[in-house]
Design a protein. Structure first.
Ligand code: MG
Length: 247
C-alpha cells in the first residue's frame, strides 16, 4: 500500500507542476495517466461503476478535477483552468492490487483572502484528522477533530460524501465521515488503512449533483476545497502513505 501511496504522491507532484492558467482539465488527466504508467501502476478511478448515472455508468477519466463550487468528482474535459480558479485534484493508483487515494486543492493565481484561508484550513483540518488516526481511538475521533475545527472557522462541512477504508478495494469499510462524535464509531486497529478527506465549503454543507451524474457541487454555489491522504493505523501512530520520501 505504501508503494501505491508513493505513486499517488508522484502523480500529485506532476499535476501541481503542470497546473497553470490555460491548461485544459483533460490535459491534467493526461499528465496523471502518463505518470501512473511511468510508475508501472494502474489507474483505479477509471471505470469505477456508478449504475445510477445514465451518461457515465463507469467513471470515464483517470483523475477528478473539481473547480470552484465543484466539490468532488468533476470529470476532466475541455474546460480551461483560469486565473483565480480553485482547483481540487483527486487522484488514485493501484499497485499489485493495492490502492492509494489522495486529493489536494490549489488556487490558480490570486484569489480572495477568504478563499485562500478556506484552502489552508481544509489542509489543516486533514492534519487534525490524521492526528486522531491512532490505534485504540475510533472513527468518530477523526470525524470530530475535522468537524470542530472546520465549524469553528464557519465552514460548511460536507456530509453526503465521506472518507473510507482502503486496501484491496478503493472504497472499503469503514466510512470516515467529516462530522461525528468522539469515542463513537468503529475502533481503529493497527493494520487498518483509511482515506481521510475533509471537504469544506465557504457556504452551506448541502450539495447537489450535476446532470453528468458525477460532479458534486455546493447547493449554494459557494467555493469548496478538498484534501485527502491515505493513512495507515500502526503501533507507532498514523502513517501517511500518500507522500513522497522525506515529505
Ligand atoms: Mg477517497
Amino acid at each position: 500500500m505504501r508503494e501505491a501511496g508513493r505513486v499517488v504522491a508522484s502523480v500529485k507532484d506532476a499535476l501541481l507542476k503542470a497546473i497553470q492558467p490555460g491548461i485544459r482539465t483533460r490535459d491534467l488527466d493526461a499528465v496523471a495517466a502518463r505518470e501512473i504508467k511511468r510508475c508501472g501502476a494502474q489507474p483505479n478511478f477509471k471505470g469505477y461503476p456508478k449504475p445510477d448515472s445514465p451518461r457515465y455508468p463507469y467513471y470515464p477519466a483517470t483523475i477528478c478535477v473539481s473547480i470552484n463550487e465543484e466539490i468532488v468528482h468533476g470529470i476532466p474535459g475541455d474546460r480551461v483552468v483560469k486565473e483565480g480558479d480553485v482547483v481540487s485534484l483527486d487522484m488514485g493508483a493501484m499497485v499489485d492490487g493495492f490502492h492509494g487515494d489522495a486529493a489536494v486543492t490549489v488556487a490558480v493565481g490570486a484569489v480572495p483572502q477568504a478563499v485562500g484561508r478556506l484552502i489552508e484550513d481544509t489542509r489543516l483540518s486533514l492534519e487534525l484528522g490524521i492526528k486522531q488516526a491512532v490505534a485504540g481511538r475510533r472513527v468518530g475521533d477523526v470525524s470530530h477533530a475535522v468537524q470542530v475545527f472546520a465549524e469553528a472557522q464557519g465552514y460548511g462541512v460536507v456530509r453526503e460524501y465521506v472518507g473510507h477504508g482502503i486496501g484491496r478495494a478503493l472504497h472499503e469499510e469503514p466510512s470516515v465521515p467529516n462530522v461525528g462524535e468522539p469515542g463513537k464509531g468503529p475502533l481503529l486497529r493497527p493494520g487498518m488503512v483509511i482515506a481521510i478527506e475533509p471537504m469544506l465549503n465557504l457556504g452551506t454543507w448541502r450539495t447537489r449533483v450535476l446532470d453528468d451524474g458525477w460532479t458534486v457541487v455546493t447547493a449554494d454555489g459557494s467555493i469548496s476545497a478538498h484534501f485527502e491522504h491515505t493513512v495507515a493505523i500502526t503501533d507507532h501512530g498514523p502513517w501517511v502513505l500518500t507522500t513522497l520520501e522525506g515529505e
